[in-house]
Design a protein around this ligand. Structure first.
Ligand code: CO8
Length: 375
C-alpha cells in the first residue's frame, strides 16, 4: 500500500524582533497621550481612562517574551500602532508570496524534489492579503511549478493541519502525488495594537511543507509517514475578525475596531482545552495507539499554560519539556504557522518508528490533528 509522508518543511522568520518591553513601552506611551488628550472627557465620566499594559502580565498570562514582525517601526510608534506595509504594484511579488517563496524553497530542498514534481499548491492561513487572484497561484508561478493547480484556504489557526487533510485526500484519490502547503501569516497587520487585551498576542512567520506519496525506490531524509488526519469544527463567536468585502457597503466602512482580531480569551481557554484533549485522545484511540506511545506533541502555539494543560490531559501525567516543545516564547502566536514551526524545529532527534502528533486549534472553533510516524 502507498505511504503518504511529510517529506520536507521550511520556515521563514522575519528579520525584525519585537520584545515585550518594546511593545509595552509603545503601548504605555500611547495610553499616556490618550488619557492626556481626553482628560476633560475622562473627568466628566464620558469615557474611561485607558489602563497600562505590563511585561510581567504578558509573560505570566501567555508565556510570550518576544515576536518577529514584518515591520517594527510602525508598531512601536505610539502615534501609529500598526506596521508600515506598503501596498505593492500588480507587477511585484505580494508580501505573502515573498514569504512563501523563502519557506517553500527550504521545504522543496529538504524533500529532495523539484518544482516539476508538485501537482497542487495550497496557501493556507488566517488572513489573506487579497481575495483574488489566489496567492497560491502567484506562489506557484514564482516557484516555476508548471504542472499544478493552486488555491487559497482559511481555517484560522488550524489552516495548516486542514491543508494537510486536503493534501492527504488529494494524494489518496490519485489526483496528485506531491503537494506544497505554505502558511504565510502576517498576524501583526490584523492586530489591534491599541487594545491592552490583545496587543501582545501575535507575531509573523511563514511555514511550508511537502506532503507526498512515497515512491518505493525513494530514500527520504527525516521524513514522517502520515498515519491519519482528523479535522473538526464547532461554531463559536469567541474569536473573530469581521473584516470582509461587505465592510465597503457599511456606514462604518473598514474602520476599527471590530474589523481586526478580537476574542474572549478566558472563554476560549476554558472551552478549547477540553475540546482539543478529547479530540486527540479519540483520534489516537481510533488508530489503536496508546497515548503513552506518543513521543512528541507539536501543538498550536497560543498560550503555554493551555498547551501544558492539554498535554497533561492527553498524557494523564505531567509532560516533560521535550514532549511538547514551545516556540511561542520567541515567536508569539503565529496562527497556523505555530504548530508547524514547532514541528520543523523539534523533530530531528526522533528515531525511526517514533510517533508524534501535530495538533492545531483556534477560531471557528477548529481542531486539526495529524498522527505521524518517523520513517
Ligand atoms: N497588561 C496588564 N494587565 C492586563 C493586560 C495587559 N496587557 N491585559 C489584560 N490585563 C488584565 C485584565 O484587565 C484583567 O484584570 P482584572 O482581573 O482586574 O479584570 C486581568 O489582567 C486578567 O485578564 P484576562 O482575563 O484577559 O487574562 P487571561 O489570564 O485570560 O490571559 C490571554 C489572557 C493570554 C489572552 C488568555 O486568555 C489566552 O491565551 N487565552 C487563549 C486564547 C487563544 O488560544 N486564542 C486563540 C486565538 S488564535 C486564533 O485562532 C485566531 C487566529 C487569527 C489570527 C489573526 C491574527 C491577528
Amino acid at each position: 500500500m502507498s505511504e503518504f509522508v511529510i517529506s520536507g518543511t521550511g520556515l521563514f522568520t522575519p528579520p525584525e524582533t519585537l520584545s515585550n518591553r518594546e511593545l509595552v513601552e509603545a503601548f504605555n506611551c500611547y495610553v499616556d497621550q490618550f488619557n492626556q488628550d481626553n482628560d476633560e472627557a475622562i473627568k466628566r465620566g464620558d469615557i474611561e481612562a485607558l489602563e497600562k499594559s505590563s511585561e510581567a502580565f504578558i509573560e505570566k498570562a501567555s508565556g510570550i517574551k518576544s515576536r518577529y514582525c514584518m515591520n517594527k517601526s510602525g508598531i512601536i510608534d505610539p502615534k501609529r500602532m500598526k506596521p508600515y506595509l506598503k501596498e505593492r504594484t500588480d507587477e511585484e511579488h505580494s508580501l505573502q508570496c515573498e514569504m512563501s517563496i523563502h519557506a517553500a524553497k527550504e521545504a522543496i530542498t529538504r524533500a529532495q524534489i523539484t518544482p516539476d514534481n508538485i501537482g497542487m499548491v495550497i496557501v493556507a492561513c488566517s488572513n489573506l492579503q487579497r481575495a483574488y487572484p489566489a496567492v497560491a497561484i502567484e506562489v506557484q508561478q514564482a516557484l516555476g511549478i508548471h504542472k499544478a493547480f493552486a488555491f487559497d484556504m482559511n481555517v484560522a489557526c488550524s489552516s495548516a493541519t486542514f491543508a494537510i487533510q486536503m493534501a492527504y485526500g488529494a494524494i489518496a484519490s490519485g489526483s496528485v502525488d506531491h503537494c506544497l502547503i505554505v502558511n504565510p501569516e502576517i498576524c501583526t497587520a490584523h492586530l489591534n495594537f491599541k487594545s491592552r487585551d490583545c496587543h501582545f498576542i501575535f507575531g509573523d512567520a511563514c511555514t511550508a511543507m511537502i506532503v507526498q506519496k512515497k515512491e518505493a525506490h525513494q530514500t527520504l531524509d527525516n521524513a514522517f509517514k502520515i498515519l491519519d488526519v482528523k479535522a473538526l469544527t464547532q461554531y463559536s463567536s469567541n474569536i473573530r475578525n469581521n473584516f470582509g468585502f461587505l465592510n465597503n457597503a457599511d456606514e462604518e466602512g473598514f474602520g476599527l475596531p471590530n474589523k481586526l482580531f478580537y476574542q474572549h480569551g478566558r472563554k476560549v481557554f476554558k472551552e478549547v482545552v477540553p475540546m482539543v484533549s478529547k479530540h486527540i485522545l479519540e483520534h489516537l484511540k481510533a488508530n489503536k495507539i496508546d497515548n503513552q506511545q506518543v513521543k512528541r506533541f507539536w501543538l498550536h502555539q497560543a498560550n503555554d499554560s493551555m498547551n501544558l494543560l492539554i498535554s497533561k490531559k492527553v498524557l494523564e501525567r505531567e509532560p516533560q519539556e521535550h514532549e511538547t516543545p514551545i516556540i511561542l516564547d520567541e515567536y508569539a502566536n503565529t496562527s497556523s504557522a505555530g504548530s508547524i514551526i514547532a514541528f520543523h524545529k523539534y523533530n530531528q532527534d526522533l528515531k525511526k518508528g517514533d510517533l508524534g502528533v501535530i495538533c492545531a486549534f483556534g477560531a471557528g472553533y477548529s481542531v486539526g490533528s495529524v498522527i505521524l510516524e518517523k520513517i
